[in-house]
Design a protein around this ligand. Structure first.
Ligand code: SAM
Length: 454
């Protein structure tokens, strides 16, 4: 099987694969690249991405190295009377204008001449779970990167791990977990180890996600099942996923936990009726790590109670409070005297020094020139990270200008500012471990490895 571009992107873009188009710093658009013929007789033919930053026939996005900057096309994206043109009018809703089948206006569509000037550029980025999370079509609330990176670490997701996930929702967590468990290609039938067993109760979400998983080439790594896991548990076609990691993003995780046991149990931990066909969805030979993801503390307490009742240990809860910190050099502020008083705006350093020198020359006796290192304090709290010494104390060169003037990259104090927008609460993460059952065989196997066993 051809590996997914999420996992093995190759060096360049190709037809039929997903690319993430960066329209601006925080504006990403997933786009499946199609073969297109590009410009014919001054018109763009075939699949074209129309944005307010210009039009991009897919032919200009194909076979280019991932990360390439692509300039807008300078030919008209209008049809030749066959296909109606769609323009994105809003930056946030660019239209990936694939062949538009709506030719209700085709008969009236004027034949357009090539007139459009290039108006911008975009970047073609390789798909990653992080970019997919920021650009995916939302069908539900999703798990974001700060949470899922910590969760995958805590549930010990690594190449070869078999993960149970419910509900699948919009597939944000699914894409992150599939990269974590991917253990390389080729994947022989005997070598299908790492896998995500994902469950979704809502039929339309299940169907949409099934299509996405196929488009993204992840079919053999994700087994998606349409299922109410509260009632029907986590086995697939009567077979155990043999999971060692579980992630539950459900409204009532405590309703599903009794299925994640080593013996058949009812909710609350009571033994269920004898059932010889029953198999545990968990790997019998390894401990299992679970995370449940719930926005409310009431959900947490119910989940924790059920986990303890069912024999899970090391139960704890974490809340991720993600904050971005921007670090930059602040332009040097220079206080220099003018006719109207002191100008303290952080102007260009060289310009300011030149003015300083000429003023100082004119008023040698009376003017006192101060060159201060401090810049204007912004409203945010700041910290001087490298304590650059006061410029007055720095050595001067033969022209009287300080040496750092020639090194713009070290000019200014290094400051950090937390992003003003603090991410609000997403969810509480409850973690726990279900130890593997210990019997005489396990003890014998462990002793056989003694003292170097693992
Ligand atoms: N983790 C997902 C993501 O990152 O995109 C989002 C999950 S969304 C918040 C919760 C999902 O659980 C919904 O799609 C819902 O339909 C599904 N769900 C709710 N109850 C369920 C059940 N009993 N069995 C399976 N899925 C269920």
């Amino acid at each position: 099987t051809k590996p997914s571009t999420f996992l093995v992107p190759g060096d360049k873009t190709s037809a039929g694969t997903l690319a993430i188009i960066s329209l601006s710093r925080d504006n990403f658009l997933p786009l499946t690249l199609e073969k297109s013929t590009g410009a014919v007789d001054g018109y763009l033919e075939g699949a074209t991405l129309n944005t307010r930053f210009g039009s991009y026939p897919h032919s200009t996005l194909l076979d280019v190295p991932w990360g390439s900057q692509v300039r807008a096309s300078n030919v008209d994206t209008g049809s030749r009377g066959k296909k109606r043109r769609r323009d994105a009018t809003d930056e946030d809703t660019p239209i990936a204008s694939q062949d538009d089948d709506d030719d209700s206006t085709a008969a009236n569509a004027p034949v357009k001449k090539a007139v459009t000037a290039p108006s911008g550029f975009i970047y073609v980025l390789r798909p990653t779970p992080e970019l997919w999370t920021t650009s995916l079509p939302h069908r539900t609330q999703v798990v974001y990167t700060p949470d899922y990176s910590y969760i995958l670490h805590r549930i010990r997701a690594r190449p070869g791990t078999r993960i149970i996930e419910a509900g699948a929702g919009s597939g944000s967590f699914t894409h992150a977990s599939v990269r974590a468990i991917y253990n390389g290609y080729p994947r022989d039938a005997d070598d299908v180890k790492g896998k995500v067993f994902s469950f979704e109760f809502n039929e339309s979400r299940y169907e949409k996600m099934q299509v996405e998983i196929g488009h993204h080439g992840l079919d053999d790594l994700v087994k998606l099942t349409h299922r109410d896991v509260y009632n029907d548990g986590f086995n697939v076609n009567g077979e155990s996923p043999n999971a060692t990691a579980v992630f539950l993003d459900l409204p009532a995780p405590w309703e599903a936990l009794h299925h994640l046991s080593r013996r058949k149990l009812q909710k609350g931990g009571e033994e269920a009726e004898e059932d010889s066909s029953w198999v545990s969805p968990l790997d019998p030979k390894q401990s299992v790590h679970i995370c449940t993801f719930s926005p409310c503390i009431e959900q947490v307490t119910r989940t924790v109670t059920e986990l303890r009742t069912l024999g899970w240990v090391d139960v704890d809860m974490v809340e991720i409070s993600n904050q971005k910190i921007n670090i930059s050099r602040e332009k040097v502020g220079v206080n220099y005297p003018t006719e109207k008083g002191y100008n303290s705006s952080p102007a260009d350093v060289l310009e300011a020094v030149t003015k300083l020198k000429s003023l100082a020359d004119r008023n040698k006796e009376t003017q006192r020139v101060q060159v201060l290192q401090t810049g204007a304090e912004g409203p945010d709290s700041e910290m001087d990270l490298d304590s650059t010494p006061n410029r007055e104390n720095q050595p001067s060169n033969s022209n009287g200008a300080v040496d750092d003037m020639e090194k713009p990259w070290v000019q200014g104090r290094l400051v950090h500012r937390p992003e003003s927008e603090l991410k609000t609460h997403t969810s509480y993460l409850v973690f726990a471990i279900l130890p593997c059952e210990w019997d005489e065989d396990a003890e014998a196997a462990a002793m056989a490895k003694w003292p170097c066993g693992n």
